[in-house]
Design a protein around this ligand. Structure first.
Ligand SMILES: [Zn+2]
Length: 316
């Protein structure tokens, strides 16, 4: 129906760069990146998550993107059990922020536990090409992902955010694990090198088609892509006529796929185009901070035919 209201869900922005803006310069180049802050400065993470909720995000994504058992063990000299506990702590911090923000906003907030790619823990930008998957089997990837995934599921987030995935094989490996946890919900977003292909080179259409029918997958899309690629990526995904929401969480610009600097883009100026192209879950990634999310929510609220998530309505 042409006059049917579209329900839009506002996601948050990027945690790592926002933490750097708060003074955490030391996390640059560290294998754990923002996940280190879960251990060193948990209050700062609560503060940042809360800022995103208050700015207008319906969903906050936890700082577990680069968390790994081996990363925590090595950096902080912890046991396996302590490292797994710290991964769960990342989810608990977002829940605390959610509870605090709800008192201020009157809106219900959701917590998505970030599941980053194996390449993110290599700390060499591998998740922006995914070539490590050429020398790893799906089973090897599955086994690497299992301990963190299990810890995250046990911490009971509302859903998992399987994000910045550069290559289909890895998404499938993570979703293989997800089948061991019936009832767990997840979204899957791919990192893309242009307007039609994942970072590794599969077409976004094939990538999304490969993951969307797994049990538990409630939304699919792209994240940490340059804003210039978003409309084309949406058009490609829309050809599949999927029944699940399409997610876009671009970065704020600032660099092209080869790392060359580009001007920061104001995402709020693009949201109308993205909604028209089929996006219904919209947020940001690196260089998208709480004020940017506030601007995006305000721009979305002004669009005709759009309703934002209401307290009584459900995310999925
Ligand atoms: Zn990003």
């Amino acid at each position: 129906m042409a006059d049917k209201q579209k329900q839009i869900v506002v996601l948050d922005g990027g945690t790592g760069i926002a933490l750097m803006d708060m003074g955490h310069t030391f996390i640059t180049g560290q294998p754990l990146w923002s996940a280190a802050v879960v251990y060193t400065h948990p209050q700062d993470l609560i503060k940042l998550h809360e800022q995103f909720y208050v700015a207008g995000a319906d969903v906050a994504v936890t700082a577990t993107y680069q968390a790994s058992v081996e990363g925590y063990k090595t950096k902080f000299d912890l046991s396996d059990a302590e490292a797994l506990r710290l991964i769960q702590r990342g989810v608990e911090l977002a829940k605390t922020a959610r509870d605090q923000a709800e008192e201020k906003t009157g809106r219900h907030g959701y917590v998505a536990a970030s599941v980053g790619p194996y390449g993110a823990t290599l700390c060499d930008m591998s998740e922006y090409h995914g070539r490590y998957a050429d020398t790893m089997t799906r089973e090897e990837l599955r086994q690497w992902h299992l301990p963190r995934l299990k810890a995250l599921v046990e911490s009971q987030p509302d859903l998992l955010a399987i994000e910045t995935i550069p290559v289909v094989k890895e998404a499938e490996a993570i979703l293989d694990n997800l089948q061991d946890f019936p009832g767990t919900k997840a979204w899957v977003t791919f990192q893309c090198k242009d307007g039609s292909n994942t970072a590794h080179g599969e077409s976004i259409k094939d990538a999304v088609a490969a993951v969307v029918n797994y049990d538990g997958v409630v939304a699919v899309g792209v994240n940490c892509v340059h804003p210039d690629f978003v409309t084309s990526l949406l058009q490609n995904m829309a050809e599949l006529s999927l029944s699940v929401p399409l997610i876009v969480e671009p970065n704020g610009g600032m660099f092209d796929h080869d790392g060359r600097p580009t001007p920061k883009e104001k995402l709020s100026e693009h949201v109308e185009e993205w909604v028209k192209a089929g996006a219904t879950w919209i947020g940001g990634c690196c260089y998208v901070n709480p004020p940017d999310i506030a601007d995006m929510r305000a721009a979305l609220a002004r669009l005709p035919g759009v309703t934002l998530l209401q307290k009584e309505s459900r995310l999925f």
